[in-house]
Design a binder for this molecule. Structure first.
Ligand code: ACO
Length: 326
């Protein structure tokens, strides 16, 4: 099989910042509660007219520039998200059109916060088998549009943003060394948007009952996340045949600082080698890992030869990990 690597990355964050203090006038909460329980200090919020494909397009364009790939050279575009422009058509098709990626196949992929890892896993298969040569994977979210700003259990946690990566063939033995994916639908009830699908189609009643917003059983998701973060990271290490000491950087999904801390402890990795952006961006779901990756690449932290472990988890429940030699 052809080895597959990341040729270039890009990201886009909406300009508007919403701080913890901004919530104090809306709901019963405090900056102190949010910081101590989650580590989040502020998050970005998209403009009313901005949808996922708008954010994804800019991140994708930046990744293409970094990779030196022309949009017409793309074979496939995958947009991972849980806040698509609409049910139909796929946001990936809209992104392909905006980019001018006329030759590319395009589809959406939804595994909530694990969507970027799943997207890379799926996209890389086409390259490994020789079917395609250039695949753009984007993780993008506008969660602010699905927040119930009267529900303090959820609205303080999430933010908007997009991150992208161009995948392509690399020399043998480099690039993506391991992929591990998982799913457990018995936890589906703990995190989701109840209405608007075929189970509970939209009616005036579902709107009135605020059933179109994200609902979460935070405690259950927390327990799952603490367990799965460490387990999934270890699985990627095992598949890549790496030791914990081999990890240069750990890039975890950004949901809660306490979850990240406990995973880092389990891996025995110092926080100076752990990506953290949730203090600035909150939980951006599918975008959190690719945005962190892009920032570390652009700042020069990640250098050729570095070994990275990325781990995502989210609604579904789903999880996924990836080992990449840069
Ligand atoms: N401000 C003030 N108080 C609050 C707030 C808030 N924003 N939110 C909740 N509280 C209250 C609760 O109502 C509760 O009050 P009560 O005891 O009177 O009922 C109290 O704080 C404690 O609540 P806990 O649930 O015990 O708080 P906890 O320490 O568990 O933190 C949190 C809650 C931050 C949500 C945590 O459970 C968590 O991070 N869970 C995981 C979330 C996660 O990983 N989500 C991933 C989603 S990924 C995706 O797929 C989209």
């Amino acid at each position: 099989l052809q080895s597959v690597g990341i040729w270039g990355t890009g990201s886009y964050l909406p300009e508007k910042i919403m701080t913890n203090k901004d919530f104090e006038s809306m709901i019963e909460t405090s900056d102190e509660w949010i910081v101590t329980r989650t580590g989040i200090r502020e998050r970005r919020v998209a403009k009313p007219e901005e949808a996922v494909s708008d954010l994804a397009y800019v991140a994708g364009q930046r990744a293409l520039e970094a990779a030196g790939v022309h949009p017409e050279e793309l074979d496939l575009i995958i947009v991972g998200s849980c806040t698509f422009d609409a049910y139909l058509p796929a946001s990936a098709c809209l992104v392909a059109d905006k980019l001018g990626a006329k030759r590319a196949a395009a589809f959406d992929l939804e595994t909530a916060c694990t969507s970027f890892i799943y997207g890379c896993a799926v996209g890389s298969q086409f390259i490994a088998t020789g079917t395609y040569r250039r695949v753009l994977v984007i993780g993008a979210e506008v969660l602010s549009k699905f927040m119930d700003y009267s529900d303090r259990n959820t609205c303080v946690l999430f933010g908007d943003g997009a991150g992208a990566a161009v995948l392509g063939p690399v020399e043998e033995g480099a690039g993506i060394k391991a992929v591990h994916l998982g799913a457990d639908g018995s936890g589906g009830k703990d995190l989701g948007v109840p209405a608007g699908g075929s189970r509970l189609p939209a009616t005036a009643e579902t709107v009135e009952q605020r059933q179109h917003y994200v609902k979460m059983n935070g405690k259950e998701v927390y327990k799952f996340a603490v367990r799965i973060m460490g387990d999934a990271a270890e699985k990627a290490l095992e598949i890549a045949d790496w030791e914990k000491e081999d990890i240069d950087f750990f890039i975890p999904h950004q949901a809660n600082m306490r979850i990240i801390d406990s995973a880092a402890k389990k891996l025995g990795i110092g926080m100076d080698r752990v990506a953290v952006n949730l203090d600035r961006y909150g939980n951006m779901s599918a975008a959190s890992i690719p945005v962190a990756l892009d920032e570390m690449v652009r700042s020069g932290q990640i250098q050729p030869g570095h070994r990275l472990i990325m781990v995502g988890f989210g609604a579904g429940l789903t999880w996924g990990s990836m080992a990449v030699e840069w």
